[in-house]
Design a protein around this ligand. Structure first.
Ligand code: SF4
Ligand code: SF4
Length: 191
């Protein structure tokens, strides 16, 4: 049969020489390989102390945005869930009550909003589908866990903080075209 590579070796049961029996040449060879790697450029980094620079279009952990007045933008329309190819999003809608206008921007809001980060493939379709600019993917990494359940992120992890200084900046990930589109007041949901 024709060989696909030249890496195959013929196995033989020939007797070991004295040098082979004391393993010294093999140990020296191994040490030399280790030594050689000491002087090579490292391909690894000391994460999390050091972080790699991400691509501008990297898509990581989602954020549910608030508007300038601190109200949740999401209106629980479900379009993100319908658009999601991984069926990672679930929500329960609720009606806004009188007096809650400062909490929710629309008359309907998501009382429960969950994303299963293990199902998510970070495609960004939810962000594309959202008519309220409520959901965005960010450059944040989803933290590792030992169990599956903590990967189901609820509103406590998704909605950005009220404090204006702690808001999640999503503008970095947007291309100039998308940024221009979102600043365009002709589109009702940007008002
Ligand atoms: S990024 Fe894609 S897979 Fe993840 S929740 Fe959004 S639509 Fe679903
Ligand atoms: S995040 Fe956007 S698309 Fe999803 S339910 Fe809320 S408003 Fe609708």
């Amino acid at each position: 049969m024709e060989k696909l590579t030249n890496r195959s070796r013929v196995v033989s049961d020939k007797k070991m020489t004295f040098l082979e029996k004391i393993y010294l040449p093999a140990i020296i060879k191994g040490m030399f390989i280790t030594l050689k790697h000491f002087f090579r450029k490292k391909t690894t980094i000391n994460y999390p102390e050091q972080k790699r620079e991400f691509s501008q279009i990297y898509r990581g952990q989602h954020v549910l945005k608030r508007d300038d007045l601190g109200r949740e933008r999401c209106t629980a329309c479900g379009l993100c869930a319908v658009a999601c190819p991984a069926e990672a999003i679930t929500m329960v809608a609720a009606e806004r009550k009188p007096g809650e206008e400062n909490l929710y921007r629309e008359e309907k809001y998501a009382a429960v909003y969950e994303i299963n980060m293990l199902r998510c493939i970070y495609c960004g379709d939810c962000e594309e589908a959202c008519p309220k600019e409520a959901i965005f993917l960010t450059d944040r990494i989803v933290a590792s866990q030992y169990q599956r359940l903590p990967f189901v992120y609820g509103k406590e992890l998704l909605v950005e903080p009220l404090d204006p200084d702690k808001r999640i900046d999503v503008s970095v990930r947007q291309t100039d075209e998308v940024r221009d589109f979102k600043l365009n007041k002709r589109f009702a949901h940007n008002k």
